[in-house]
Design a protein around this ligand. Structure first.
Ligand code: UD1
Ligand code: MG
Length: 464
């Protein structure tokens, strides 16, 4: 069976009240259109068309993907007109048509619909669901024998019809290409001025061709027309992803407050505390602990890594057993060795931190290559920027950097060297030496008493 897919994504999305095209609004870090694309990709269709119109260029730029063909709908005249726009591109066979604003649809349900369509030898099949609590969907009309005879949009139905027909249209259709020849028969709706794709149902029913609706979980075909609905489907998606990881052996202390993007993977026996955000291409190893308030984006964590409270990690790698935070910030390009420690209020950027190295408090390590088992004291700063260019700091293994030191890059500190606290290091430090760079201390005798006498004399002078 030759399968083509058409995703309708040209609409204005008026009810979103946004300058961003509706299908680009994100659900769990991904445009809703991308969720739909990912679900159909697994069906291996011969071609996937996306009908674009409103914000066409923005949609094209955002969902760059091999194998997608964009078709431009010039005037947004409704879903019927949108499919008609794609018609000339479609080769004979079966076509799956989906609305681009239903991001919860799964490959499994689509496969079932395709199978049912084939089994029923239908000319047209679509997904429906029953829910009294929702409004704004098309209602499936059936005759006394239970045969589908049409779909009527909610706003065009009477109260009596609403009571009678509680089956709603999910906006996912499978049809044989011959059906597309009937699209031209759809009439413009007199009140909205749109051509409704759903009017094809009535036309096909009357033609006597096989046609059927298949029940599907309500959760999967929830459409997004407003910000409220976007929130609702995001909640469903969040729950779906978290439950999937629970099944694979991950503990969520408070799943309702954890947000895990679909693209993230998490190893077994990892424990995730509340208010945690795992985003993008993040991969978390086995047995990690992620304490509250952390966000981890596009990063890789090895086994047994601990992320303490309120830590932000971006495009970084953390090896086995390392401990990061609380209140740490790993900026892109940070590579943290195994059993290393990055502690309170430490910022690391584009740096390699060796195994067992400790940067425990209040430091900035940027553009640095730090060896193994280095101890970097509180308040150390790699001064990587001279106002024009960035330079690197190289610190050999076994080095001890005393607190409150500044290392002015480019600079190299040799293996096992010591930097005395409070240093400003401007010259390379050879291996094994102790570098001291601070003014010699003077102790002035009896300073306290002398100061008091001088102050008293000053006051007397003023009174006079
Ligand atoms: C549509 C269905 C409704 C169904 C619901 C399911 C129609 C007439 N109604 O209603 O029966 O219950 O979806 O979610 O089809 N679009 C275009 N070009 C246009 C207009 C729309 O490409 O000119 C696209 C939109 O971008 C959107 C999709 O088609 O992705 C559906 O349009 P929308 O306006 O959201 O239709 P609904 O009112 O939700
Ligand atoms: Mg919609």
């Amino acid at each position: 069976m030759k399968l083509s897919v058409v995703i309708l994504a040209a609409g204005l999305g008026k009810r979103m009240k946004s300058s961003v095209p509706k299908v680009l609004h994100e659900a769990l870090g991904m445009p809703m259109l991308q969720h739909t694309i990912d679900a159909v990709k697994k069906l291996n269709p011969s071609k996937t068309f996306v009908v674009i119109g409103n914000g066409a260029q923005a949609v094209k730029d955002r969902v760059k993907e091999d194998g997608l063909t964009f078709v431009l709908q010039k005037n947004l005249l409704g879903t019927g007109d949108a499919l008609l726009t794609a018609k000339k591109e479609l080769k004979k066979g079966t076509v799956l048509v989906l609305n681009g604003d239903c991001p919860l649809i799964t490959t499994r349900t689509l496969k079932k619909l395709l199978a049912a369509h084939k089994r029923g030898r239908n000319a047209l099949s679509f997904l429906s669901f029953i829910d009294d609590s929702l409004s704004g969907y098309g209602r499936v009309f059936r005759d006394e024998k239970g045969r589908v005879i049409g779909i009527v949009e909610d706003k065009h139905t009477t109260a009596e019809e609403k009571r009678r027909f509680t089956e709603l249209n999910g906006g996912v259709y499978v049809m044989e290409t011959e059906i597309l020849n009937h699209l031209g028969k759809i009439k413009k709706n007199s009140s909205s001025g749109e051509y409704y794709l759903t009017d094809i149902i009535d036309i096909i029913a009357k033609s006597g061709k096989n046609l059927n609706a298949y029940d599907c979980p309500q959760e999967e075909i929830r459409g997004v027309n407003s910000r409220k609905e976007l929130y609702e489907i995001t909640e469903i998606l969040k729950r779906r992803v978290v439950l999937q990881w629970m099944e694979k052996g991950v503990t969520f202390v408070d799943p309702a407050t954890s947000s895990v993007h679909v693209s993230v993977s998490i190893g077994r026996d990892t424990v995730i505390y509340p208010n945690t955000y795992l985003e993008g291409k993040t991969r978390i190893g086995r047995g990690c602990t992620i304490y509250p308030g952390s966000r981890i984006c596009d990063s890789v964590l090895g086994e047994g890594v601990t992320i303490k409270d309120n830590t932000l990690i971006e495009e970084s790698r953390i090896s086995k057993g390392a401990v990061i935070g609380p209140f740490a910030h790993l900026r892109p390009g940070s590579d943290i060795g195994s059993n290393a420690k990055i502690g309170n209020f430490v910022e690391v950027k584009k740096s390699n931190i060796g195994d067992g190295t400790k940067v425990s408090h209040l430091s900035y390590i940027g553009d640095a290559d730090v060896g193994r088992n280095v101890n970097i004291g509180a308040g150390t700063i790699t001064c990587n920027y001279d106002g024009k260019k960035k330079s690197r700091t190289k610190i050999g293994s076994g080095v001890f950097i005393g607190s409150d030191s500044q290392l002015i890059a480019p600079i190299t500190i040799g293996k096992n060297a010591y930097i005395a606290a409070g240093a400003t290091i401007t010259r390379n430090v050879p291996s094994g030496v102790l570098a001291i760079s601070r003014a010699k201390q003077k102790n002035l005798d009896n300073w306290g008493a002398r100061k008091t006498t001088a102050q008293k004399a000053k006051v007397k002078k003023k009174i006079k």
